[in-house]
Design a protein around this ligand. Structure first.
Ligand code: NDP
Length: 434
């Protein structure tokens, strides 16, 4: 606390990991003597800079941006960029810290980082977003590179923003390298990258249910968010025969009792990705869809909850409602969507709970595969990438089971934390003191 004042999200993320790895950590004298926990909680470096840009009306604006390069023990820094007014150094440190262990779990050679800006893309014209991205890259380019740090997308940063950023990097460096992931498929992007986080989350959820004698088919699922992760999680869940009854955005949630169909999802994809509209418009266009203004979807009756919007979106009273209504599993599509209190409640009630660093690792895993394809100057087909993604999610689930099982029950939070931490700790031990 005294080392990092005013960083509540970062404290929350460190506390969660420290609590679950502590007994295991204390039992390993070599890690303790090398002060691994103290060292891994201090980022390698944080770059903070001003981004000045011009609005369409000729006004000048200044935003703040950061790149938190947390750890490159396992490979070059890797993690997304987030554009949202709630972005602070604390939020990016929590995300960068989580990213270290998530990337470790994928089994691919990637370190942990995160970046972004408090820029709000909502209501900005395409030109304004382009100018902002170009101005941000004018500083960021000197800190990144295909063997140094490879950013990707996150909240508010999709294919459009990655394309502006990538185009400007190329212009500054006069080199085509895979320095960003999430690129368009016609210029170095990977098949399945867009879908990977949501699909991967559902693959993980299915493993978790199967491991406990259950399945996805016929299950009722509540999903929050209506962005990249939420929509692709919904798509895969529907394909697997589940009934997805909700989607949301920061204005409220939509409820469809009989379950969303692919046609509904296509409408929302176009609404969100092309027209940048609000989820309430979906309810206006489809009979049988109810819009609940200003509410989260956690009061509906469901078997499975997939929080796919943002951090701390599911709080203790939401967890109580879900438990009362008979939820059996919570699988995180977003990063740290549960408050510490909500997570404790699910654990106390033996509800299956997959932490984001395991269940949403599919996105960064396919980013890793995008880098391999760029380095080899080839592109794999949709089916090739999807089957690699499935294999990676299967292995992450196995690692959680291996490190988190006690008395026949899997503690996925502990399993993911120990499995992710161990590889990083072993690498740090091997490198000696730095
Ligand atoms: P998008 O920008 O595509 O979508 C975000 C969604 O969450 C929108 O529906 C948005 O609603 C909602 N949302 C965001 N912030 C808030 C908020 N403060 N309050 C309420 N709703 C909010 O982002 P992604 O789908 O890419 O990311 C969602 C989550 O998944 C994040 O936690 C991200 O870190 C995580 N994640 C993403 C990965 C990826 O590959 N994209 C990989 C791994 C994790 P609105 O439009 O109203 O803002």
């Amino acid at each position: 606390e005294h080392r990092n004042p005013h960083e509540p999200e970062f404290h929350q993320a460190v506390q969660e990991i420290a609590e679950s790895v502590m007994p295991w950590y204390l039992a390993h004298e070599d890690y303790r003597k090398a002060q691994i926990l103290e060292r891994v909680t201090e980022p390698d470096r944080i770059i903070s800079f001003r981004v000045s840009w011009e609005t369409d009306d000729g006004d000048i604006r200044a935003n703040r941006a950061w790149r938190v390069q947390f750890s490159h023990a396992l490979g070059p820094y890797k993690g997304g960029l987030r554009f949202h007014p709630t972005v602070t150094q604390s939020v990016l440190k929590f995300l960068g810290f989580e990213q270290i262990f998530k990337n470790s779990l994928t089994g691919l050679p990637m370190g942990g980082a995160k970046g972004g800006s408090n820029f709000n893309p909502k209501g900005k014209s395409e030109r304004e977003v382009m100018r902002f991205c170009q101005s941000l890259m004018t500083e960021l380019y000197r800190h990144i590179g295909e063997d140094v740090d490879i950013p990707a997308g996150d909240i508010g940063v999709g294919t459009r923003e990655i394309s502006f950023l990538f185009g400007h990097y190329m212009r500054l460096q006069n080199r085509w390298t895979g320095v960003l992931t999430g690129k368009g498929c016609s210029f170095g992007g990977s098949a399945v990258r867009m879908e990977a986080t949501g699909y991967g989350c559902v693959y993980f959820c299915e493993h978790m249910l199967n491991h406990h004698g259950e399945g996805l088919e016929g299950k009722c699922i509540a999903i929050s968010g209506s962005g990249n992760v939420a929509l692709h999680a919904a798509e895969k869940a529907v394909e697997k025969g589940a009934r997805v009854v909700t989607l949301s955005d920061s204005d409220g949630f939509v409820y469809v009792r009989e379950g969303l169909q692919q046609e509904h999802l296509e409408f929302v994809k176009d609404l969100k990705q092309n027209r940048r509209g609000r989820i309430s418009e979906f309810a206006e266009n489809y009979r049988g869809a109810e819009f609940h203004e200003g509410e989260d979807p956690w009061r509906v009756t469901c078997d499975i909850a997939l929080p796919c919007a943002t951090q701390n979106e599911l709080q203790e009273n939401d967890a109580e409602a879900l438990i009362r209504n008979g939820v059996m599993a919570v699988c995180e599509g977003a990063n740290m969507p549960l408050t510490a209190g909500a997570a404790r409640l699910f654990a106390a009630h033996n509800i299956l709970h997959a932490p984001g660093k395991a269940s949403n690792a599919g996105g960064v895993a396919v980013s890793g595969l995008e880098l391999s394809q760029n380095a080899m100057r080839i592109s794999w087909s949709h089916d090739e990438v999807d089957s690699l993604l499935q294999k990676i999610m299967t292995e992450i689930h196995l690692s959680c089971v291996q490190h988190g099982t006690s008395h026949g029950r899997v503690d996925y939070v502990r399993g993911a934390n120990i499995a992710g931490f161990k590889k990083v700790a072993d690498a740090m031990l091997a490198y000696g003191v730095f």
